[in-house]
Design a protein around this ligand. Sequence first.
Ligand code: ADP
Ligand code: ZN
Ligand code: ZN
Length: 732
Amino acid sequence: MSISSGLIQVALPVPLYRLFDYRASFPLPAIGCRVKVPFGPQLLVGVVTAHPETSDLPESKLKPITEILDQTPLFDKTLWHLLRWAADYYLHPEGEVLHHALPILLRQGEAALSKPIPYWCLTEDGESAESLLKRAPKQQLAIRLLADGPLPAAELREQGVDSPVLKNLEQKGFILPYDIRAQLQNWHEQFLLHEDDAHYLNEEQAAALSTIKFAENARPFLLEGVTGSGKTEIYLQLIQDVLSKGRQVLLLVPEIGLTPQLLRRFRRRFHAPILTLHSAMNDRERLDTWLACKNGEAAVLIGTRSAVFTPFKSLGLIIVDEEHDTSLKQQEGFRYHGRDLAIMRARQEQIPIILGSATPSFESLHNALTGRFHHLTLKKRAGNAQTASQHVLDVKHVPLNAGISPQLLQLMEQELRNGNQVMLFLNRRGYAPALLCHDCGWVASCPHCDAYYTWHQSDNRLHCHHCDHIRAVPHTCPECHSHQLVSAGVGTEQLGAFLQQHFPAYKTIRIDRDNTRRKGELEQHLSAIRQNEYQILIGTQMLAKGHHFPDVTLVGILDVDAALYSTDFRATERLAQLYVQVAGRAGRASKPGRVILQTHHPENALLQDLVNNGYHHFARTSLQERKALSLPPYSYQAVLKADAIHRDFVSQFMEQAATICSGYGAPDLSVIGPITPLMEKRAGRFRMIILLQCNSRKHLQHYLHQLIPAINQITTHHSLRWHLDVDPVDIM
Ligand code: ADP
Ligand code: ZN
Ligand code: ZN
């Protein structure tokens, strides 16, 4: 090698478990800087991971880099460690992990230089404009949102207010672009509080707060507090403490779209830049937010799971709200758990981390009960709201109409007549989960999946909920040509249609993925509900997340049995979480709510425990059961999943993989499978899994690091895809 050049090792975004050596001239780009390098016929953006002394490649094969993109590293030391640790722990190619952690523009080679983040604020005229805009609901919404102070354009977009609306308001002189730069640059010196909103903490809250503030060791805190017990108030007071020291805060939430009230509360409390990362942002806005955190300009960052990879100049606290929510786990590509990485990051940064939930995950609860986490509980509601009363309704031998029992209909009628709202949960979109032939029993199923089509009445088509395939409804049975095609089962559409007809005096609204696709649509529905435009609310799980419905006094959960008898051992945990979340969000002090669970199995022990003794007790009973069965959190799992266009390709690969795993001879490793999932074929691909389970996390990690390189050597058909999911939340 020439005197003027040296070696660098580079991580590239390719699905290979290795790093690549290149030549670069002195001074070498620092570790953690991006470089552009030739890779086959293309140029790729990679990250420098080391300055090795020697290379396995002969000198003639070492290519020079094309360009150095950063003068200083993009990652600080702890984040760098976290990412490399995560690549190792999840056994995911390091280049892809580093790539994943960067905003898209940086992945594409854009300079790491910030531009001003677009913000809007009201003008003096704008402050009284709301009533002038009666005929322009979007404009009116914008004015209402901005009444609390300036907002980023991206957040307005998230709520359904896009740039034509803003331009229009600007022309009318109601709003102005707002320059956030001054606030970004000075907040630590002039950190201000809008004190009036802060509450005096009650005893439980005060005790929790001081435990967190004065804790001597670095264990994470699990803050288990019923909905409305004042967890968020504790967060706010802790954040205040951290900000007043000039340090930054990261708050992870399941979904930003569902938290506008939370954001409003934060902005009202702190006169400091509170930035968000969410799906409505464009690439430029993401990069600028990322840089503002890195440069110490953002005081608080609120974001979904990937926000855990944001660099901070001086991070002082991490909070994971709704820590039980499975959306914190990435389910494709680099399959990490946002909560678990947050815990690791806090440990490396030596800063406190709070995991908050009314219904902690069994994993976190187990950690708290065994002393690995500090356990803080809030049992009382902070305001004066009451918890809903809870009932199991036996529907055995009872005629159901669209899945509803006559008793529940009667209760609904009472509440509706008293001017209250009613909310029903059914975790099935569409009109009916199957269309079948009454004469021969033929069922319309998706040609690409082992699944029935769901019949949607809104567009009168058959939808596959597993591959999104859509087709017309056949006029006759393709088997026997009968015209007697009938639907079976009940989805939210059918439930809605039935209730609309049964209660013509009241208005029904559905909240599910089908009618909340567009930006701002969910928020519009919710605000209409709060204004009592609808009295009957029907939803899937998504209706339960993060919203408070004070006028809802009756909640019905209709498909409890599916969860009780699911093959997924986590199904009852999820049902209990849904149940507690909705029980906590309905009703208010003057109007206590009631929750009804409809079931064919009222005697089910878990159900009885949940209803009679509450989540806390239910969770402990369930943990005993998991322990007896050696299921997580008493064991650790990783699942190897493979799929291909032919069954044989998958089974050949999986047989070999299973032989490697079993042949390894680890006495404490259970190798379960290859198993064919109930839905073997999905989106035209045949699937199989192997479940690996071990009572020691350390041992499992050790085995995986031996097994995966060997599995990686198996020659496969080119259509075969496989991946490993460590700590899976969904095995099938
Ligand atoms: P959580 O996050 O646990 O659901 P919040 O912090 O949102 O609870 O509190 C629920 C409600 O009670 C909010 O309206 C909040 O303003 C109010 N609240 C919280 N703490 C207190 C307190 N110490 N005194 C009076 N009201 C409080
Ligand atoms: Zn037929
Ligand atoms: Zn399908």
